[in-house]
Design a protein around this ligand. Sequence first.
Ligand code: COA
Length: 336
Amino acid sequence: MTTGPATTGVRLAGTGMYVPEGIISNHDLEKRMDTSNEWILQRTGISERHIASLEDGECVLTMATTAAERALADAGLTSHDLDMLVLATVGSEMACPSTACRVMENLGGGNAAALDLTAACSGWVYGLNLAQSMVSSGAHQRVLVIGAEHLTKVVERSTRGRGVSILFGDGAGAAVLTADADPSLGVIAQRMYSDGSGWRELYIPRDERDFPEGEYEEWKVGLMQMNGRAVFKFAVKTFCELIKDTLDAAKLDASEVDMFICHQSNIRILEAARERFGLPEDKLYINIDRYGNTSAASVPICLDELRKAGRVKAGQKVMFVAFGGGLTWASSLWQL
Ligand code: COA
């Protein structure tokens, strides 16, 4: 089923998440590198992150599949009901096929359009906006949007890589969108941007040719490279501008939004945004202490936790916000 009436409403019909059982705490990192629990907590807000078990075959494919199964069950649907599956990740298992196609197979099959989408930590919000447009235009009826990452595989776990190894964790989150007769449901305003001139601040090189001039060193190949200070500055500025830009487009005040569901990159970045808009603590969700930065999985993991806790529900206005490598940044303000 791929056609329907134009400009239908879009319902958030189900969510799910998965994080691996394995955990790396700050104390574990203290044993591996020159760092301390206090330093990490104070600079990032992170206490622990989950790590996929390579021995047990955990990977983007398996984590995405489990999160997707849970989201479909929550929505009361199967993979055969889907028109499209979008998997946001920087960790596609292969260049071909897309991991999204293999998730479809794992879910039980069907002929939904399936694609991987790479926009780093903004990936799931990019995917959400694209999926919502497909549904509201009438092109598709039911779309599954997954964010799944296996970043612990690409971080250096010695002192020379301590900037990235303290930040990142593994996991997956997913949401099902369905067409709805109520046209007031769905996106009120959305924004998506990039600035390719900033790609050097955060990248995962595949070989020597990928490095900016003068940066190549053999040990860095295949591992995430990040200019933490530059990303931090970009993020603090962009985060606040993006929220304001989105509120202005919707002609809403921050106080009229019930929940801000933001990419979990650093507690200081989140708190700067909270202070800037005068938000009470319970309106800007924070779970970075337990998961670290799970990139494209971070926003849908927050969403699932909030829905399961009854803190995000039908009738509310919710804003999703993310930024990341590319550089990219994106928002999506919803009427649920
Ligand atoms: N443990 C202990 N000390 C550390 C450390 C660690 N893990 N990492 C850096 N340091 C030290 C540095 O050596 C430096 O010491 P010096 O002043 O003696 O030279 C000092 O702490 C400050 O280093 P700096 O890199 O400026 O730290 P920071 O305050 O910028 O924090 C990050 C580093 C990575 C936590 C921070 O820059 C950050 O979160 N950036 C954003 C990254 C991000 O969000 N990326 C994903 C985008 S989606």
